[in-house]
Ligand binder design. Structure first.
Ligand SMILES: Cc1ncc(COP(=O)(O)O)c(C=O)c1O
Length: 357
């Protein structure tokens, strides 16, 4: 029998959400941080048109998409790199800059794929505490070692939803050694853009990268398009790893049109934010702890792990699926993606009945 390399054989598969619910009810899927609103109509039209060109390979230079991104964000298109979801960029960063002798540093509840990408590079993944479920620059700086090679920070963070100000990231960068790559993952950045300055300028220092995605605020999770802003030499190394043309023609066309329709994205963020604020207040009124989120989801913390598991069961009886957080070391919590107002009201009603509140 052929066996996989040992480092792969010992790894657990990346854990996706599970959707077992009571039969006969329609599924309310709030487990994957997808948008409840569709992407821009212009993106849908562009995708339909691009479907006619599928006989050809995609443009592997992503010229149109990179120039739209650069124009909207005031960036240099030469430093923009596009990928099949930002996960592909995180994977490539691990391959390029981590190894058994070069470790990654992140926080206790950091995005799970940072750990996976690190394991795939056979590197050590070191984590530091997150007091108040929030990234702490002090803790990160204290844990830097001689072989730290990447520091991963998602801001806003998944699964906690919390945000640190740009000034913290500036300080982190200033105090990290120059040969450490700071990866700022802004998968939910558009939800926070209204309250903080962009971080793209940090890239000019040569050892910081900023990642974004079309999966969240642009409502295009199914298109699989991520992008990042990179120092030129970092981009060149990643391009050796990423499959050329990994973003399909239809996806490129949809993402380009979505980027050129900022109004639609801003409306999506605004509506999500309104429902998120309402849901947070209602959940807190039920006595649940909910950290302030700047994303399209919230972390709902119960009294203990058993209560969270029972709440999950009660929700699944109504075909509502939130994401269990035991894999993140937060067994007392469930993560709720923000859905429509009706869906979120249904979650609150179900939790109210469950808690007897
Ligand atoms: C913090 C964070 N980074 C990256 C990703 C991956 O996004 P993409 O769909 O672009 O691969 C996610 C998805 O949930 C995320 O939460």
């Amino acid at each position: 029998m052929i066996k996989a390399n040992n480092n792969i054989a010992v790894m657990a598969p990346y854990a996706s959400a599970t959707f077992e619910v009571a039969k006969g009810k329609s599924l309310v899927s709030l487990a994957q941080n997808e948008s409840f609103l569709p992407s821009s109509k212009r993106a849908l039209t562009a995708g339909q048109r691009a479907a006619e060109e599928m006989v050809l390979y995609p443009d592997s230079s992503y010229q149109q998409l990179r120039s739209s991104i650069a124009k909207v964000h005031g960036l240099d298109a030469e430093k923009v790199l596009v990928s099949a979801g930002s996960m592909e960029l995180i994977f490539a960063l691990g391959q390029a800059y981590l190894s058994p002798s070069r470790s990654a540093l992140s926080t206790q509840y950091s995005y799970a794929f940072f750990r996976t990408a690190t394991a795939l590079a056979q590197a050590e993944f070191v984590t530091v505490p997150e007091p108040d479920l929030t990234v702490s620059v002090e803790h990160l700086l204290l844990a830097v070692s001689d072989n730290t090679s990447i520091v991963f920070v998602a801001n806003p963070a998944n699964p906690c939803g919390t945000h640190i100000p740009k000034s913290d990231l500036v300080r982190l960068r200033a105090e990290l050694r120059d040969d450490i790559l700071l990866v700022i993952d802004e998968a939910y950045g558009e939800f926070a853009d209204a309250i903080d300055e962009p971080t793209f300028d940090l890239v000019s220092g040569g050892n910081t990268v900023v990642l974004r995605t079309f999966s969240k605020a642009y409502g295009l999770a199914g298109a699989r398009v991520g992008w990042g802003y990179f120092p030129t030499d970092v981009k060149a190394e990643l391009q050796k790893i990423i499959n050329p043309g990994s973003v399909a023609t239809v996806s490129q066309a949809m993402a380009t049109a979505a980027m050129e329709d900022q109004q639609s994205m801003e409306r999506l963020c605004q509506e999500t934010t309104e429902i998120r604020s309402w849901f947070t207040a209602e959940a807190r009124a039920l006595g649940l702890e909910v950290p302030t989120s700047l994303t399209n989801f919230v972390l709902v913390c119960f009294a203990d792990a058993q209560t969270a598991a029972d709440a999950d069961k009660a929700l699944r009886q109504e075909a509502i699926v939130l994401r269990g957080m035991a894999g993140y070391g937060l067994p007392q919590a469930l993560r709720a993606t923000i859905g429509t107002k009706d869906q979120m009201a249904f979650v609150i009603d179900t939790l109210r009945k469950f808690l007897g509140a």
